[in-house]
Write a protein that binds this ligand. Sequence first.
Ligand code: BLA
Length: 313
Amino acid sequence: CRVVGLAQKPNPSKRGMRAASMEMGGGDGGVSYQTFVSFALEETQRHTHLVSSPLQDKYNHIKSMDGKSDLKMLSYKASKIRLLRSLCIEGGESMQVLDFAVFPEPAFDLPIFCANFFTAATINIVVLDLNPLHDIMAHKDYKEKYYRDLLPLGLKYAERLPWGGKLTSESIRFFSPIVIWTKFVPGQDKYDVLYSAFVDYYQSWLKLMDLASPEKEDARITSNREAQHKYLTWRAEKDPGHQVLKRLIGETRAKDLVWDFLFSGVDTLGSKTFLDYFPDYCCKDGKINEKRSIIGKSFETRPWDTGGNLIGK
Ligand code: BLA
């Protein structure tokens, strides 16, 4: 994730970009997610004016304790974007990670762009989605507004990046009907499909951003802010990446990275606690249950039909 120059460049064709993604890997034949981040930044710059986030000074580069991995962080903001940030972990053939997210300003009810790719020597774990800001089960109008037109995009990749099997049941409420949740054995073909999906999903998000106009009512802005705070609270507390980060950089620095960088806003956008939002996690002693899931894992198969209706239990 080298800091890319954000100068305007001619828009490369998707074919060109795919070719570029195929050339990456630092010579070891593996994947590197640097190209994904470079694409996203250049593409964002075509739609809005990105400025460096105040977080950038503190969070830019950390070397893992064993000296084998580099953690590289970038963060920006823009008129409709509260925070665009990425974390790339480059650990050679043993590990490559991308955590790329875009959080809108609370005046917008835009989905949260989410790309989480974990690549180890024998497995890739992928979540790519436009995470709904509001609960799409409870708010059908929100689902219609953002996802009806995106369903064909989800279908486009449903076969080539098939459902990854059971997952933490609580996570499903943060996912949209077009979520790509998949696991696969490392392979160039798959990375090419993943790159193409990333490009399509990100361009779709940017189009939504272009069209978004700010809410006029304070109550709606407050509701957007609280929904984003709930999302940040969930991820800051339960993100699967936390364990890996602890191993790489130690508990204190991992916690700092998760709370102050990856899910920045968790301490400022609202005052409710994790247990206020997710009371099922409360232990008898009043502490937060350390398990990631209370309900357990479920959703063996994709729980939405082609019309985006939830069909799983
Ligand atoms: C596994 N990551 C997972 C799983 C999901 C996600 C669903 C499967 C296990 C589970 O069901 O919890 C991702 N979960 C998400 C996302 C949301 C969510 C994106 O609720 C958003 C709302 N993953 C990372 C990073 C690392 C990482 C940065 O994003 C490492 C630094 C690692 N993810 C990782 C690992 C696993 C995993 C090692 C497998 C081990 C495990 O299941 O804990």
